[in-house]
Design a protein around this ligand. Structure first.
Ligand code: G3I
Length: 351
């Protein structure tokens, strides 16, 4: 794998000097930032969260300089918004929205319906009617609050199992499969202009799970459900490179939906060696190329941009270094290669 990727690096003419060691200053050199080079029809986003956003000026500067979109990594999850029934806490999500607006960034809302991050007071023991009403209330309240301020929502997140069937969740067990269509319709009523996505991991290549997602989206579209986009999370590792992501995304696009890379990161076994960082860079490039090759790819988002605040180490002990910047906010080869890819794309695209 490493040798293959090094050969690819030589082929694309990748050069470590393309990037820069210091955080970019977007005002001074917009063309040297990811957002400065991104084609106008594709947003470049990063998941971001409260703690570093408040505490670290370098974090804020890099987020503002390199990205023109932000996804709420945790701030808009139900358990965080409504820790006790009816007592909403919008502090963190409002803060994120303000930051984005101050920096000319779009906000991607994440996530309305999920099997995880459900408030502990929501009970599977409730009647189906009560559970459905609570879910509806959450979707409508959240989407209504940010109507016109959130360009897209992950309406349902991770609803497919590995074998391509629907995931066995509280929602499926108690409400049946119709909860998916219902959630899209509720969200659409609350903000008719928001783009509504179904978001999933392990579907970037032609997997069984991707086939299951494809059938689900095809069925929803045939039923007139307002599904506007499919999000490919892309939590990747070096030994499982997605197979044919371009062809895979294109078959979804042919259903009439947009596509997006929504949560890209590439985790490495620690300590990360230089050749691993190069392989990682090529995998980031692989996914950017896929997005740029699909005409309806609306956004390309990384799940955290600095190793200082990535979710990986807490969830995969022994792994980390998954982001575009290291923990000291120095650009890694992955960011350099994305810049290079964007420059090449611009040179090859007729103006
Ligand atoms: O905020 C508390 C903090 O007060 C407490 O001290 C600390 C102790 O562990 O926990 C903190 O909350 C954690 C939160 O991240 C913020 O760091 C939660 O325990 C932890 O569960 C939560 O993990 C998040 C995870 O989703 C679960 O919601 C990750 O940050 C977030 O990156 C991850 O994101 C998911 C996407 O939503 C869906 N796709 C997969 C992706 C990665 O798992």
């Amino acid at each position: 794998m490493a040798l293959f990727l090094v050969a690819c690096a030589a082929y694309v003419g990748w050069d470590r000097d393309v990037g820069q060691a210091d955080p970019p200053s977007g005002q001074d050199a917009p063309s040297l930032t990811l957002r400065g080079l991104m084609p106008g029809n594709v947003r470049i986003g990063a998941a971001a969260d409260g703690a570093l956003l408040d505490a670290d000026p370098r974090y804020r500067a890099t987020l503002a300089a390199d990205f023109n979109a932000i996804t709420a990594e945790n701030a808009m999850k139900w358990a965080n918004l409504e820790p006790t029934p009816g007592a909403y806490d919008w502090t963190a999500s409002d803060r994120l929205i303000s930051f984005a607006q101050e920096n000319g960034q779009a906000v991607y809302g994440h996530t309305l319906v999920w099997h995880s991050s459900v408030p502990p007071w929501v009970s599977e023991e409730w009647s189906a009617e009560r559970l459905r009403a609570a879910l509806r209330q959450h979707v409508v309240t959240t989407v209504t609050r940010y109507r016109g301020q959130v360009w897209a929502w992950d309406v349902v997140n991770e609803v497919i199992a590995e074998d391509g069937s629907l995931r066995d969740s509280m929602w499926l067990r108690r409400l049946g499969p119709s909860y998916i269509a219902d959630a899209f319709r509720w969200a659409h009523e609350a903000d008719p202009d928001a783009r509504l996505f179904i978001n999933e991991y392990g579907v970037e290549g032609r997997t069984k799970k991707a086939n299951g997602l494809f059938k689900l989206v095809r069925g929803l579209r045939a039923d007139g459900v307002p599904v506007h986009g499919v999000g490919f999370q892309a939590h990747l590792r070096l030994d499982a490179v997605p197979e044919d992501p371009i062809g895979n995304m294109r078959r979804f696009a042919a259903l009439g939906v947009s596509v997006a890379v929504t949560e890209l990161d590439v985790r490495l076994a620690l300590p990360a060696k230089p050749e691993m960082l190069l392989d990682q860079a090529l995998l980031y490039q692989h996914m950017l190329r896929a997005c740029l090759a699909v005409s309806t790819c609306e956004s390309f988002t990384v799940w955290g941009f600095t190793d200082a605040s990535s979710w990986i180490s807490a969830h995969y002990p022994g792994y980390g270094a998954a982001c575009l910047y290291d923990k000291d906010m120095r650009a890694k080869p992955a960011r350099d290669l994305l810049l290079h890819e964007l420059r090449t794309h611009a040179d090859e695209t007729p103006s």
